[in-house]
Design a protein around this ligand. Sequence first.
Ligand code: GDP
Ligand code: MG
Length: 684
Amino acid sequence: MAKGKQQKAPDLSGIRNIGIAAHIDAGKTTLTERILYYTGASHKIGEVHDGEAHMDFMAEEQAHGITIMAAVTQCPWKGHLIQVIDTPGHVDFTIEVERSMRVLDGAILVLDGVRGVEPQTETVWRQATRNDLPMMFFINKMDRPGADFGRAMATIRKRLGGEPVPICAPIEGDRVVHLIDRTLIAFGGKLGAEVTVRPCDDATWQTVADHREALLMAAADLDDDVAMVVLEEEDPEPADLWRVIKQGCLDRKIQPCLGGSALRNYGVQPLMDAVISILPAPLERPASTGTDRDGEEVLIEMDHTQPLAALAFKVQMFEGRRHVFARIYRGVLKPGDQIYLTGPGERERIARVFDVDAAKKKRIEAAFAGQIVLLAGLRKASTGDTICDPAEPVLLEAIQARDPVLGLAIEAGSSKDEEKLLEALRKFQEEDPTLVLEEDQETGQRILRGMGELHLQIAFERLKREFNLDVRAGKPAVVLRETISLQQSADTLFHRVIDQGETQLEMKAGAAATVTPLDRGAGIEVSAEPQVQGDAMELTAEQAEAVQAGATDASTAGPLQGSPLQDVRVVVDTVTLFGTASTAQALRVAVAEAVRKAMSQAGGQLLRPIMATEVVVPEEAMGGVLGDLQARGAMIQDTQTEDGISTIACDAPLDRLLGYTTDLRSMTRGRGQFTMEFNRFDTA
Ligand code: GDP
Ligand code: MG
């Protein structure tokens, strides 16, 4: 690897790579905007409803008022640098959340102070948990009537099984009380940017006594020294409490909670202070795991003196050029470096390295372990690839991506735009692995597949806006799979004589196969070690390969309409050989025929995508919404009503949920919400 001039590793102890995640509408974007404003990263507050928020820089995001592309923004705060990776709330874009979680060091989960934990909060909680991320909660919208800090924390315990610990409580008059520092914090000036901190008076302190008690109990549970002090009914030192709460958060035993209102400008700066004091710097994170070239698991320590290992977590076009966001886990990366992509097994050269920010770029000369940077010059690296030193290849744990479940036939409005459309879609797919373009084998139609209606709709809007393309689209249709319903066996005798002028070529082979349905999610099992009958007792290596190939050929598509097959065991029972006529080709065809015959006798069954769905509606709409869900074939799993809000958990087939957003709105006068996540392919 090229050794440029030696660079000193930057001090990363001041950096916090954090993500802000939440259920849609909890106030994530508003909170991020406030953070940008207070840190001077943005001089103008773009309110979400004005459609000009800084983080939502893509035009579609502004039109839809939601956040689609996760972008990194740097916020300098009190001698530290908070790098915020904004994450989208809509489940169609879950891949974006998953990608950012993978490279974060900690997360802020935002709750609506009235609603508490909501369905999508559970999703991000699971993702953060999967990635071992320390978490804090910001309980937002405390200005709303009915908001309750304590009750919101109770939902964290009840619905997430979390261990919420209050550290900063909102009180009357748009102020907060810091429960560790025992201070009263007020917010004045433009958009609350002027913070006044003074010791909390006794009368006010009494109003938050319960929260303080909860904090002390949690701290005592975590640390024996603090427990001693608390037992003696004394006040622990703030420094001790900070230390214990930080350690508890890093060990993922507790989640510190702060409250406030992003929109009404209170409680945000104490949250930023807490990010600095509590969430980890990059080098405070545990080592990650990878696989070396011998397939052995290795620990990747965040050490810049060792060989490079980095993870590409997002590909994005800037000014028409391909850029790759990467997190460096080990080593140093410089412009001009030749790197190795472990996944695809390719070598490439880094042209430039940039500091990251939502829409601005600044060139840097080297990136060190722990940093998140933007790379130019990589044509092949894509999301999830490990970028490493060619001399020391490792594979970092890849990012989980899901298969798209909804498809749409599309074509260019005029045939001359055909090429342009393909080119544009190719670019989209590079940025987003959950968007897939396929060609229907039979009809030649192009099908664009994605994670949901909104996902596909946004792709269309981008085609129009960025590429000026008119696109015709069919109705969305779900991706189907097939399985079989019964065990069946069948045999065939393949026999063909081909005239080759003077001579004749005879091909002949027999085969018998059995197909058996398996449990949902089992996949395909192929066993091709048949008993051999006829002219020989054993198969040659070439023949054995042909038998395996024949069984595999026939196990890709289902018997009903040729959709991808799943949950079937295919066993080749016997093959019958007829001397030289039993060529590899003859065996392959015979075996495939026997398997297909068994499958069509067994009878195919269609499998549809089933979504784990959660619907939240006002109590009075519950009856109607339940009935409608059942009519759509949903299996109701659980219903709960609390404070006039009903939550329905069910499994429902995706094809029956198309257009549900609109229907639910009209059933609930716009107040109903729902989220869904792919669960499995199943009969329904
Ligand atoms: P996101 O979907 O989580 O990004 O949420 P947004 O930031 O887009 O906010 C959703 C809506 O809630 C917008 O209309 C905001 O103005 C509003 N909102 C955000 N924060 C607050 C808050 O603290 N109090 C109140 N009352 N409304 C808020
Ligand atoms: Mg948003």
